[in-house]
Write a protein that binds this ligand. Structure first.
Ligand SMILES: CC(C)(COP(=O)(O)OP(=O)(O)OC[C@H]1O[C@@H](n2cnc3c(N)ncnc32)[C@H](O)[C@@H]1OP(=O)(O)O)[C@@H](O)C(=O)NCCC(=O)NCCS
Length: 172
């Protein structure tokens, strides 16, 4: 029985996170706005910057028997007029861990963190429109589609639409 643990990532996780992020960009390039070509030169210092303990964001990892098996980021929009919105990014579970509830655990952690961020009224994300696994997960958590960007990504010459989804947070 695998032992799965979700926790906030710290600077000590930078090397594992860097490797998982690059693996993700290679394995499912159409799932991310960024690319391996843009990120393989990032240093551990750059990655530590992503996971620095900020009030306005966090990265979570799921560890299976101590190995980083998945990741997700959540962050507040920076612009003054958009600071009531958070966004989810870098959602990924390595292939061996899929279908075992790890993605759901990561999303619960990211949403719970957004709920602790003062004044956040909604959490937004975008998902490649043909990504049924991710879209089904998000819909099951209450995310609803609010728009669609046609031909949002061009990956290896192929065009992909993106579905824009949001989860309203209540009681803030
Ligand atoms: C999308 C992804 C994160 C899901 O992670 P996961 O750990 O396999 O998901 P879980 O096992 O927690 O499943 C949670 C829910 O997602 C949905 N889901 C997961 N895999 C699915 C599939 N292949 N088909 C349809 N729905 C699926 C189901 O609703 C599932 O709930 P259920 O088990 O109660 O039916 C994972 O497939 C992944 O990393 N894919 C590649 C990268 C990616 O697409 N990232 C998202 C970018 S927006």
């Amino acid at each position: 029985m695998p032992n799965n643990l979700v926790r906030r990532l710290t600077a000590l996780d930078a090397a594992s996170l860097r490797q998982l992020r690059l693996d993700a960009l290679v394995e499912t390039p159409e799932s991310f706005g960024s690319s391996y070509e843009e990120e393989h030169t990032l240093t551990l210092e750059d990655i530590r910057g992503w996971i620095a303990p900020l009030d306005d964001g966090a990265m979570f990892g799921v560890f299976t028997n101590g190995t980083l098996a998945g990741m997700v980021g959540v962050g507040r929009q920076r612009k003054l007029k958009m600071r009531h919105k958070a966004h989810i990014w870098s959602m990924y579970v390595a292939p061996a861990g899929r279908g075992q509830g790890l993605g759901r655990l990561l999303m619960h952690a990211a949403i719970a963190h957004a709920q602790t961020m003062r004044g956040i009224r909604q959490v937004q994300l975008s998902v490649t429109s043909n990504n049924m696994a991710a879209a089904t997960l998000y819909a099951s958590l209450g995310f609803a589609e609010y728009g669609r960007e046609i031909e949002a990504l061009c990956v290896n010459g192929e065009l992909y639409d993106e579905t824009l989804m949001a989860l309203a947070l209540t009681g803030k």
